[in-house]
Write a protein that binds this ligand. Structure first.
Ligand code: XIL
Length: 517
């Protein structure tokens, strides 16, 4: 079913929007029964009213808005309109905007504008020709009225040139069958340079073929989800602990999900990179509240600092005790820099409780409890975006002053076309010049299945590996984010080194060629 959806999607993506088809209505909002797929972007609430309109409240920024995901075909023209209503200001300016994402980078365009007088339904109209994006969210925002509550109705999307007709997709390239024992080994090819590894989910350790593949190819592994706070923090046990001891800083953790990877690594002499201690995502909301009860207030800075210290202490000391020497490095903090402001995320629960220095404190505690020689990393994405690179560099310099950070991890969730190797190489060179150790923590390259896509993907892998080889003395590891295309979190983009039969793709040979030539 999933495969069929992927093929259909590929067909739609390849379709062009010619002028021959007849105009069609693509979408009309219906708030008669519910929110119809609309949700609050940043605002506290978006809900249908008894009059069948959609109301948004609890805003504190202009972009806090009702938004909805739309599938828009590249090159197609769309006409957009919506009616807006507000009764809090004499007049207020509104826009229809789009937030589109390509390979993890979100960018914005304003598509329609209008001014709504108090108590009058006002129509905004505009148009948009879709670009090449992975995700598109249309939303209705204000300008200069960040706290205004407002309503919308009749959000309409028309395709004046018609909805595209599917065209045949390029055929998929056949991948040659190679048995695991007959493959060359990447880890052997990179021996003496740096470790090569992969992110692996829990279930892989119950599959003998996947285990054989890992042993053959990788010298280091990262648990894809199993050492994240939502796997490790035991909310119920923490709650009881606080209740029984009266100590709000008490923390209970468990490693049930990470046992598979940690014992496999221990038994087979593989290294593990720990991911991740502090992140705004995949972290239970209860962590930040009194009594681990999300209906209670957020914790004070002091208490949250205590919980942070105890969490880091428990995770680092318990894993070291059970699996001595296995975890060689940790992502102490992940993705703390915001893509809009290029500074620390204001809405992260870590910033809201502890404040901006939660990053420095996390590194301080990690240094305090980590075993000797365990390397401590800050990990982030979009490093080649110049403004973000500036923010990341500023943060790294601050952290380096305290001496508790060892390195920077580049997430590289890229695609065939973007970003350019020059942009990537500038980013690596700038971070490397700080003197930190480097690792590519999350490498995958979205492509497709045609021969041309797979050969381009091979060239991308090869140029990235050649780049990192120039920094071999400073680089600890390069890790792909997943084992097979079907296991990738970017399923449908075919971004990894092995196909679903575990056969090596051209990209696999690209990684080898980089070090062999
Ligand atoms: C992803 C995992 O691959 C998915 O299985 C999970 O559903 C979401 O997280 N940046 C990170 C990783 O630091 O932890 C993310 O992993 C991918 C993006």
């Amino acid at each position: 079913m999933k495969k069929l959806a992927v093929i259909l999607l590929a067909l739609v993506m390849l379709a062009s929007c010619s002028g021959t088809a007849s105009a069609a209505r693509y979408y009309t909002s219906t708030f008669a029964a519910g929110a119809d797929g609309w949700y609050a972007r940043g605002a506290q609430a978006t809900y249908r009213t008894t009059e069948g309109t959609l109301r948004t409240e609890g805003r504190s920024s202009d972009w806090h808005s009702p938004g909805r995901d739309f599938t828009l075909v590249e090159g197609c023209l769309y006409n957009l309109s919506v009616e807006v209503y507000q009764d809090e200001a004499d007049s207020a300016s509104f826009m229809i905007s789009i937030a589109h994402t390509k390979d993890g980078t979100e960018t914005y365009e304003n598509l329609a504008r209008g001014t709504a007088k108090k108590g009058e339904w006002t129509k905004l109209e505009g148009s948009y020709t879709a670009g090449n994006y992975d995700r598109s969210v249309l939303y209705v925002e204000t300008t200069g009225a960040p706290q205004l509550s407002f309503e919308i109705r009749n959000f309409i999307v028309d395709a004046p040139n018609g909805i595209p007709k599917p065209q045949p997709a390029e055929p998929a390239m056949e991948i040659e069958a190679v048995a695991i024992e007959d493959m060359p080994s990447i880890k052997e090819a990179y021996e003496g340079k740096f470790d090569f590894g992969a992110a692996v989910p829990q279930h892989a350790f119950m599959d003998s073929k996947l285990k054989a593949l890992m042993l053959k190819q990788f010298s280091i592994l990262t648990p894809e989800n199993e050492l994240k706070p939502d796997s490790v923090l035991d909310v119920q046990a923490s709650k009881s602990l606080v209740y029984n001891t009266g100590d709000q800083t008490a923390v209970a953790v468990h490693f049930d999900n990470a046992k598979g990877i940690l014992s496999f690594a221990k038994a087979n002499g593989l290294k593990v990179h720990g991911h991740v201690l502090v992140w705004h995502s995949q972290t239970p909301e209860e962590f930040f509240h009194e009594g681990y009860d999300r209906s209670k207030p957020l914790l004070s800075r002091e208490v949250m600092l205590g919980r942070l210290e105890n969490y880091i202490k428990e995770v680092l000391t318990q894993t070291e005790e059970m699996y001595p020497g296995v975890i060689v490095s940790w992502d102490v903090v992940n993705e703390a820099i915001d893509d809009g402001t290029n500074w620390l995320r204001k809405t992260s629960p870590w910033t809201r409780t502890i404040g901006e220095d939660h990053v420095a404190r996390a590194f301080e505690f990690a240094r305090k409890y980590a075993a000797e020689g365990v390397l401590l990393y800050y990990n982030d994405y979009n490093t080649p975006v110049p403004a973000k690179l500036a923010g990341i560099t500023k943060l790294l310099k601050q952290l380096m002053e305290e001496g508790n950070i060892d390195g920077y991890g580049f997430q590289m969730h890229y695609s065939n076309g973007d970003p350019s190797i020059t942009q990537i190489s500038n980013a690596v060179s700038q971070i490397a010049s700080l003197g930190l150790k480097l690792r590519v923590s999350e490498l995958d390259i979205g492509a497709g299945t045609s021969e041309s896509a797979l050969m381009q993907q091979k060239a991308r892998y090869k140029e990235i590996m050649q780049l990192m080889l120039q920094y071999a003395g400073q680089t600890e590891a390069v890790q792909v984010w997943g084992l097979t295309d079907g296991m990738s979190w970017r399923d449908g983009r075919y971004p990894l080194l092995f196909n679903d039969q575990l056969y090596p793709k051209p990209a696999f040979y690209g990684v080898l060629e980089a070090v062999e030539e």
